[in-house]
Design a protein around this ligand. Structure first.
Ligand code: GLA
Length: 390
């Protein structure tokens, strides 16, 4: 994104007077550890160099004026600090509104409003966390404009609360954490139960990270997502009748095998199996990476997809086709990423084979599914931040 253009758009819409400050929050891709965050397990996501840009200028009154270059037909969405309740007519602007509400609930003193123009470079509905990205960029705006004392982790947590209680999507902490805490050329190994984390360097010297969008609209995502959450809660309650655990993430695969008979429902048992094995896989994958064993890491990515396909059942024909085509085309590792039911795959590919890989997978996918996929070779970037004067 050209920042001059963003500022130019801002002044076209809101006029020229006063200093305009600029901010950025990335999107995220999860390398491994899917549907483990709300089960108290580990995840391994990284922030991307695509994301949401924002140009902002404080106001003296209590008005808030939101504009998105991505949704020009919606025009300026206007409200005040005294009217921050969820309003379906405010559409996407409910995300920033929710963040302001949660910041105030957490003690922020916000006495005047602002004008803001957003511009997102994350494809919408692709499962790369465009919503967490707009939440975090707004959280950083609030922190900097009102000189709030929140840490980046606190900003991630209040953004998650906005998503859970205000927007009504029951997500875990992975997306907001990755976007708040991202680090260039690193993935984040996060324990979602304790929020302990460590950065792992991802050297893509002779490798490329390729994201492929199925271009399938992610219908039903929220209801199916909530269904999986409650299936895991059921499994946990049953296992707790025998074991002293607080989440599925507390169990090793061996312990699960020993006690799985307590879960009579075969579907619920498979859901728990995925959550527990995926957590173990994630821990193992990070070890492999540390040992420089990228092939071993890739194999675990593939196993993750198979488990999400067969046991957790959140893939679908589009994601499964993309993964299979990627394996056949020689990807080091390929799997669905994010909630599933559409969205994207993440692929580790040898740099010199990237063009051939993209060409092969795209054309065969189009042949089989009759939809053109989109491919992005992405870079791992830093977390949410102010970019004024950078
Ligand atoms: C979505 C949610 C995350 C996480 C993933 C699945 O992206 O927002 O919290 O649960 O799905 O791993």
């Amino acid at each position: 994104m050209n920042i001059e253009l963003l500022i130019f758009t801002f002044t076209e819409i809101f006029g020229k007077t006063g200093k305009v400050r600029t901010f950025f929050a990335p999107g995220r891709v999860n390398l491994i550890g899917e549907h483990t965050d709300y089960n108290g397990g580990h995840v391994f996501p990284c922030a991307l160099s695509i994301g949401t840009f924002a140009a902002v200028r404080p106001r003296e009154d209590r008005k808030l004026k939101f504009y998105s270059i991505n949704f020009p037909n919606q025009g300026i969405i206007e409200t005040t600090l005294d009217e921050l309740q969820y309003d379906v007519r405010d559409d996407w602007a409910n995300y920033p509104k929710g963040v302001l509400v949660k910041a105030m609930e957490d003690g922020a003193s916000i006495t005047h409003g602002f004008d803001v123009v957003y511009y997102g470079t994350i494809p919408n509905g692709a499962g790369l966390s465009s919503s967490a990205s707009i939440e975090l960029v707004t959280a950083v705006i609030a922190k900097e404009l009102y000189q709030l004392s929140f840490s980046q982790i606190e900003l991630a947590l209040l953004s998650q609360k906005a998503e859970n209680d205000y927007i009504g999507v029951n997500c875990g902490i992975m997306d907001q954490f990755a976007i708040g805490m991202g680090k260039k050329e690193h993935a984040i190994f996060l324990n979602c139960q304790t929020l302990e984390y460590a950065y792992s360097p991802i050297h893509l010297r002779n490798l490329a990270l390729v994201i492929i969008n199925t271009n399938k609209r992610r219908g039903l995502t929220d209801s199916k997502y909530n269904e999986r959450r409650s299936e895991c809660e059921n499994a946990l309650a049953l296992l707790q009748t025998r074991l002293e655990i607080t989440s599925l993430g507390d169990l090793t695969p061996e312990q699960f095998e020993q006690h799985k008979d307590v879960i009579e429902n075969e579907t619920v048992r498979r859901r728990a199996k995925h959550a527990i094995y995926e957590n173990a896989r994630t821990i193992k994958a990070v070890e492999k990476l540390e040992q420089g064993d990228i092939i071993g890491f890739g194999k675990l990515m593939n196993e993750s997809h198979i488990s999400l396909r067969d046991d957790y059942e959140v893939t679908g024909i589009e994601l499964d086709t993309l993964a299979q085509l990627a394996w056949d085309a020689g990807a080091i590792g390929a799997r669905m990423t994010g909630a599933g039911f559409g969205g994207c795959t993440v692929n580790l590919v040898e740099l010199e084979k990237v063009s051939e890989f993209i060409e092969k997978v795209s054309s065969q996918y189009e042949e089989k599914i009759s939809v053109k996929p989109e491919c992005y070779v992405v870079e791992i970037g830093d977390g949410a931040r102010e970019i004024t004067n950078q």
